[in-house]
Design a protein around this ligand. Structure first.
Ligand code: FAD
Length: 435
């Protein structure tokens, strides 16, 4: 592989939404961009697939990110740029009925969630969700429902995540939940097409190093030199020196170490009879499932499932297969006509070598300045990804925002507090011209 080095040559590592957003902005600012992507597709944890359900039209399932929620402004901007539309799923991500304790209503959970969020605000320091739930003094079944809701959504156990997660739980209004018409994958595909020629698929980056010439990116087959690099790889890859050789100062490794890695899985089960829209949560199994409208405005004949937290995934033995989850699902959905002839589709993100997990969560032990340190560049190496966005951590919107901010820093529009921590004193933002 030979990559010509120009004064404005930037490498982006990873073609998930963070990397694609960064590359799009860098290209718009006139930078010469090369994107290295390990997979044979763009999108990373956005992964739509078409499945045959035996019905007239095949269904598009989301094996990764699904819901486009309120406040996804950056994502909406990219959708407008690429001419893509959102569709309403006809159900609400925020409102889930309880499978095992139907006497507890979604209103009960919303009210208790509001009280828990208020208590979280009143407690000193940064309590965990578990600290707050223990002090709540509500009906134990209701508290357990709140715990399950937080653990599923944040994909970590309640004692490992900050109580700020309860504010999310408290938002039980039936706000619309959307997805991209035809599948979320269409957004990375469209961004990738706009960057045509710049993306190198099937290139696994193994090493990033800096010296007086610039930043060297080494893949499994070759090396290339750049003026700056945006590392838009998953957290678990960035902080594993065996996966990626990257010389990081102690403050950076420490900041990355404070982030909690969530684990989640998805399950898709074809249905013989198209259902009504629905959303039901299993407190016991730490999963929820739903049926939703497709781009044609019909309810797709597929049951979608999401399980969150490492302990839930272990209890359901998902790394061995879907059987336990399928059984638990059938038990709580006797209303649905499952198709025994068509296989379940299980996606367990911790077993994916290029993701190694679902998404990040905030630990209660995280220092206040951690978010800033996470994004702070090291020399000419910049960082982006869902884990790096303080406000929309773990979400598609967070990935896009962080990618765009990393691009701004490369261009020289962003904050430059990193300079005091540079490992290479000769390294200057690309905007400033040649070294
Ligand atoms: P990624 O998408 O992981 O991109 C990183 C890229 O780096 C990947 O393409 C990967 O292949 C590549 N890569 C890895 N290692 C290397 C290497 N060594 N060399 C080169 N390339 C490499 N978000 C929402 O907003 N709504 C949801 O409903 C939602 N649901 C989710 C459900 C699940 C099960 C999961 C797992 C995630 C969900 N998310 C959701 C989160 C969303 O998917 C992520 O926040 C977002 O897609 C992450 O984008 P990213 O660019 O940071 O990382």
């Amino acid at each position: 592989m030979t990559v010509r080095r120009g004064a404005r040559h930037v490498a982006v590592l990873g073609a998930g939404l963070a990397g694609l957003a960064a590359a799009t902005r860098l290209r718009a600012a006139g930078r010469d961009v090369t994107v290295f992507e390990a997979r044979q597709r763009v999108g990373g944890r956005v992964w739509s697939q078409t499945v045959d359900t035996g019905h007239e039209a095949p269904a598009v399932i989301e094996r990764g990110a699904e819901f486009v929620l309120d406040g996804y402004d950056s994502m909406r901007r990219l959708l407008a740029l690429t001419g893509l539309d959102l569709i309403d799923t006809g159900m609400s991500y925020y409102v889930r009925a309880l499978a095992e304790t139907p006497s507890i209503t979604t209103g009960d959970i919303a009210e208790a969630g509001g009280r828990a969020a208020a208590l979280a605000r009143a407690l000193p320091g940064t309590p965990s969700t578990e600290d707050v739930l223990r002090r709540l003094g509500e009906d134990p079944a209701l508290v357990e429902a709140l715990r399950a809701r937080v653990e599923i959504s944040t994909a970590v156990e309640a004692h490992r995540v900050t109580a700020a997660a309860l504010h999310h739980v408290a938002s039980f209004e039936p706000l619309p939940s959307r997805r991209v018409a035809g599948g979320n994958q269409r957004l990375p595909d469209a961004l990738g097409a706009r960057l045509s020629g710049a993306i190198r698929l099937g290139e696994v980056v193994r090493r990033v190093s800096q010296d007086e010439r610039g930043v060297v990116v080494a893949t499994e087959s070759a090396e290339a030199l750049f003026d700056a690099v945006v590392v838009a790889l998953p957290l678990a890859v960035v902080r594993d020196p065996e996966a990626l050789e990257l010389d990081l100062p102690g403050w950076k490794r420490e900041a990355l170490g404070h982030v909690v890695q969530g684990q989640a899985a998805k399950l898709h089960l074809p249905l013989r009879t198209p259902p009504a829209t629905s959303a039901l949560m299993s407190v016991r199994g730490r999963f929820w499932n739903w049926t939703a409208l497709d781009a044609a405005g019909r309810v797709a004949p597929v049951l979608n499932g999401f399980m969150g937290s490492p302990s839930a995934i272990e209890a359901a033995a998902l790394t061995e297969g879907p059987d336990a989850w399928v059984r638990a699902t059938r038990l709580i959905r006797p209303d649905l006509d499952f198709d025994p002839a068509r296989p379940a589709t299980l996606t367990v993100w911790q077993t994916d070598p290029f993701a190694r997990g679902a998404y990040a969560a905030h630990s209660p032990k995280t220092p206040a300045d951690n978010a800033e340190l996470i994004e702070r560049p090291v020399g000419c190496v910049h960082f982006a990804g869902e884990y790096a966005d303080p406000d929309c951590t773990g979400l598609m919107e967070g990935a896009i925002r962080s990618g765009e901010r990393a691009a701004d820093r490369v261009i020289g529009r962003g904050r430059t507090q990193a300079m005091s921590h540079r490992t290479d004193a000769s390294c200057i933002p690309v905007e400033d011209g040649v070294r």
